[in-house]
Every structure is written in structure tokens, then in C-alpha cells.
Design a protein around this ligand. Sequence first.
Ligand SMILES: Nc1ncnc2c1ncn2[C@@H]1O[C@H](COP(=O)(O)OP(=O)(O)OP(=O)(O)O)[C@@H](O)[C@H]1O
Ligand SMILES: [Mg+2]
Length: 335
Amino acid sequence: MFTLGIETSCDETSVAIVRDGHEILSNVILSQTIHSKYGGVVPEVASRAHLKTIIPIYHKALQEAKVTIDDIDLIAATMGPGLVGPLLVGLSFAKGLAFAKDIPFIPVNHTEGHLTANILEHPDLDNHHLSLIVSGGHTLLVEVMEFGRYKILGQTKDDAAGEAFDKVAKVMGLGYPGGAKLDKLAQSGNARYFKFPRAILNDDSYMFSYSGLKTAVALYIEKLSAEEFEKHKADIAASFQEAAVEVLVKKTLRAVRDKNIRDITISGGVAANSRLRSMFQEKIKGSKFRLFYPSLELCTDNAAMIAAVGYFRYQKDGAGELIANAVPNLRLDEI
Ligand SMILES: Nc1ncnc2c1ncn2[C@@H]1O[C@H](COP(=O)(O)OP(=O)(O)OP(=O)(O)O)[C@@H](O)[C@H]1O
Ligand SMILES: [Mg+2]
């Protein structure tokens, strides 16, 4: 079964063709670079850019997959969460296409897409697993009972993990979005240079908090002279990253022990972080736990993960409704 997926929830225009929920035939992603000069995504600018690029990207995805629209069995598009204007571009295009070509349609939750990137790429992953979703807008610890049945165990009280990476990167002059650049800089730094706060690390909740850490780094930098900052830039990046990652790893591992779950997945843009991956590997070495993460391209926003959700949901519940509308603050447990 060929599923065409469409993702336009933020600043990536993406169309993908996925066969049977696991085989990516094409996954065309266009990241809008225009927002870097504003230091963040401008919703109206993003909507217009999606409008311009969605049709050429759709054709490119079909071409790369060596199929035509007549081969497509299912169309899936992100309905939320995300920015309403950008969401409407992809969703309207998908619904119009589904209606015109009489192809079943599934509206998709973007956050479920991140989680499902692991199911797409790792067929041996246990149905019942624990999923840490760490992206620009979310920090969620989710018990996946099976695909489509989720219990949210914890989330952030304020900023998302990716947001903290972006804000610290901005304060450090690394530009926007800066998560990946900060990761790279941290690789040449000393993570023990300064101990930044690990918020609510030792309580018995699965909650997270990142605004204090972000502020602590900003205040620390403010007190340094320009020379001191330049000299210790990499050390500060590494020290911040260590604090941000330690809480994620510690709480996730506590949850899998508490719930007696074997498999852990990480997803979302921050799942690309090299220290998050290495700290998890160090801590689970020799244990029964297994860690799964998507390939780099499937960590950040992409349409292949949306197509995969569409496929699995169609297998479970059949087609969705063409009346589905964009829901900017759609929760994972609302689907
Ligand atoms: N190597 C990395 N280390 C840390 N953060 C990273 C890395 N690569 C990307 N990120 C961060 O991931 C985020 C982008 O991820 P993603 O595309 O999943 O988020 P989003 O779509 O903006 O948010 P959401 O999915 O919650 O709506 C950004 O905050 C970015 O800085
Ligand atoms: Mg995302």
C-alpha cells in the first residue's frame, strides 16, 4: 500500500511516499531558511513559503518514488499541533487531492508522527515501549501501550527541550535554529566546566522544566567579559547540554524501571543530539533496555513519519474525514 504524506506544521515543507508503513520511497524536505534573519519562525512568512513550494515538492516526491498519483492508496497530512496558517496549506492541499482523486484520507497528529518515526524504521521495536519526544515545541514522556494508545507520563512545565537549545544558542550568538550548532560546538568543550541547574531532577514526577536552565546560562554569560566568553564558549555549550540531557535520560530510565518496559525510543529534533544518544547508551550498557532512535533526517520534521502514522491508523480504524480542520494545539492524547 502506497501512502502519500504531507507535512507543513512549521517551517519545513515535506512530501513523502511510504510503502506499507516501513519503506520510504521518497521523503522530500524543504527547510525554509528565510526565518533565520528574524531569529525565529514568522507564521505568515512560513504560510506563504509553503504555498509556493507545496506543489513542486509534491511532484518531486512522486517522481523520486517513481510512482504517479494513480498509484497512491492513501493520503495523510498533519492537522496539528503547529502554526495554523502553515497547517492549513498542507491540510487543504491534501484534502483537495484526496477528494479530486477519490483517495482515502487520514488527518495526522504531528507529535504522533515524531514517535512513529521509530516504528517506521525499527520493525523489531516492542509494541509496548516508552517514548521520549523532544522537539522544538514538546518534551513528552509517553508510555506507548501499542500504536495509537498513549499514556502521557510527563511533560515540560515551561519551555520545551528544543526551545531551550535554541534560546541558549541564540544567546551564544550561534543563530537560529541553533540546537544542532550548539551540539557541534559542545563536542570540543568540557561538560564539567560549570554545573548548571538540573531542574526537578530528583523528585518522583516525570515532569521537566527548562526555563530556569536557559536563564541560568544567559545570566552566567552576561557576567563574562567578551574574551572570557570566547575562550570558554565550547565549555559553556557542553555544560548546558550536559544539564539539559541528564534530566531527560534520568527521568526516562526511571520510568522504564518503574513501568517494567524494555524498549525506549527518542524522537523529535533533540533526538539528533549526540550527547543525548551517548548518555543513554552509557547508562543502559549491560542492561536489558534497548534504545531506538530515528536516522537524522527523520528526527526533525518530515512527511515520511506522517505517512507512516496514516498507514498504521488506516490499518486500525479505516479512513478519516475530509472535514478535518487544523488544530494548532492538538494534544497527543486527543486523537
Ligand atoms: N543536534 C541537536 N541537538 C539539540 N537540539 C537539536 C539538534 N538538532 C535539532 N535540534 C532542535 O530540534 C528542534 C527542531 O525539532 P522539530 O523539527 O522536531 O521541532 P518542531 O517541529 O519545531 O516542534 P514540534 O514537533 O514540537 O512541533 C529545534 O529546537 C532544534 O534546535
Ligand atoms: Mg516537529
